[in-house]
Design a protein around this ligand. Structure first.
Ligand code: DGP
Length: 126
């Protein structure tokens, strides 16, 4: 696991050191296509500034957190599935299988999805 900003894969994409299929960028966030898509449209929305995971968000990050959510609707509009629907998923930590430690929302669209999103979804805690 790489947590340092200089080595962070997604920071390198932000800096243009690693190519990516960018679909949207503003002063706060970048959205680019996931390299291993699990839906017809699978876009990662990341803050330009390095923040490792949802658990590392602090109150000072309120604006950038909101920008990620706002970008989801914007990108859904750009890609044409704002009306048909989409899902925004954040994996945080080992149980959720987070593999890149720079916050990213997986924006999934372009298909009918199921719920719950994973097998064996028995409720343990109500
Ligand atoms: P997660 O497991 O939630 O940390 O998701 C990380 C995602 O990042 C995973 O779906 C694959 C994607 N990914 C990993 N390396 C690259 C890359 O170099 N380019 C792009 N576009 N996506 C990547």
């Amino acid at each position: 696991m790489i947590h340092q900003e200089s080595e962070c894969l997604f920071c390198r994409i932000v800096r243009g050191e690693i190519p990516a299929k960018i679909v949207y960028r503003n002063d706060h966030v970048l959205a680019f296509r996931d390299i291993t898509p699990v839906a017809p449209h699978h876009v990662l929305i990341i803050p330009l500034r390095h923040i490792a995971s949802l658990s590392d968000l602090s109150p000072e990050d309120e604006a950038v957190a909101a920008q990620i959510l706002l970008a989801a609707g914007t990108v859904a509009g750009i890609l044409g599935f704002k009306e048909s629907g989409y899902r925004l998923v954040f994996n945080s930590g080992p149980d959720a299988m987070q593999s890149v430690f720079h916050i990213h929302g997986h924006l999934l669209g372009g298909t009918q999805m199921g719920w719950p999103p994973f097998p064996g979804a028995a409720t343990k805690h109500g």
